[in-house]
Design a protein around this ligand. Sequence first.
Ligand code: 5AD
Ligand code: SF4
Length: 439
Amino acid sequence: MERNEKRYYITTYGCQMNIHESEKLAGILTSLGYKPSENELNADIIVFNTCCIRENAENTADGNIGALKKLKKNKKDLIIAVGGCMTQQVGYAEKLHQKFPFIDIIFGTHNLENFKALLETKLKQKRTLIEVLEKEGEIVEGTPKTRTSYPNAWVNITYGCNNFCTYCIVPYVRGRERSRMLNDIVNECKELVAEGYKEITLLGQNVNSYGKDLGVDFADLISEISKIEGKFRLRYMTNHPKDLNEKLIIALSKSDKACRSIHLPIQAGSNRILKLMNRKYDRESYFEKVEMLRKYMPDIAITTDIMVGFPTETEQDFLDTVDVLKKVGFAGAFTFVYSKREGTPAAKMDGQIDESVSKKRIMHLIDLQNQINRNQSKQYIGKVVEVLCEGYDEKKDMYLGRDTYGRMLYFNGEQSDIGNFVNVKVEKTGGISLVGQKV
Ligand code: 5AD
Ligand code: SF4
């Protein structure tokens, strides 16, 4: 490898928001002349973009950072930077510095745009640089991005969260909700479509409350983006049931860009638990939203997030969750075992649930959901669906992509299909995913 070029390697944990923020970090590094490295060994700077939503996300990052001690010892000029949600927690940066003194830069979620300045300062001095701002600032526009998920492009629409679900650390590490100006978002989308991106995914902790601070709403944004000429798909995540209203559902149903899928986390099926979680809706109103979605878009695929083992969850509460799964018929469900997050109200609640109980409950949910998805997959056999080809799977030796419902399909394709819409006839199911032939 040509060694006069400086190389970067970024490891990202957590959600799509973090994936996109790593694209911004990569953009900043690219603007400084760095090139991507295929591995940590050949990198001049290694960045960890961390997550703290559940304890295991933290433990994994912690282990991987610790493992770099030897590399850093043998390569004195190597820069190691750690940022993201984990470091944004109160007192965490100092703890991390004590534990891993070889880290060069520790930064939080509120100063990502300042990473260029941090790195430049670090290159001039020896000591560890810690900069974790307590409060969120104004939205910064124009940060360079090195996008990594063509034909999809991530676009931020809101930052932060005001909901304070009692289990969730996000409002503490991401600050209050702030919306990007509608025009900035629409212009970014226009540029992306002009550059050839075929799918745009709008990102926010709760996209449905977009614009509350600006006097516009998410329905307006969907309508404006849908006016952009050219063929592309519009996705958005994540949604909060309490903010999903008829105006928005109508805007989605009228849009020829918005995909026929929505991620609508329910978290629990028991009204008692939903109240303790501070979710601000009950199972009945969730069902009403599902009904309304299906009234305007009968074929819409609804996916969800579900948690088991929230403090005081009884067997009956859990059975209420099972019941929701059976009633709604989700196209997919991400299931989680509740993880105690220091500083959140739920961490102080009595009645923390034994892990063995939670494990049993989650296994039950996963089995049930798999069964539901396998049955749904069978309905696809013989149908022709339009797939946006995303890439090639080496193990399967097949190309892959998704339909408007978000279902993954594998098919015999070619390199030139990547980034294009292709019609695929579904021949068989591969568990939850589908396998077919291009037609
Ligand atoms: N423990 C387990 N799961 C959590 N989530 C958020 N906080 C926690 C926690 N403390 C889940 C929620 C959310 C998803 C992104 O992560 O289901 O929707
Ligand atoms: Fe967390 Fe609730 Fe905000 Fe989602 S809506 S980020 S679960 S506090």
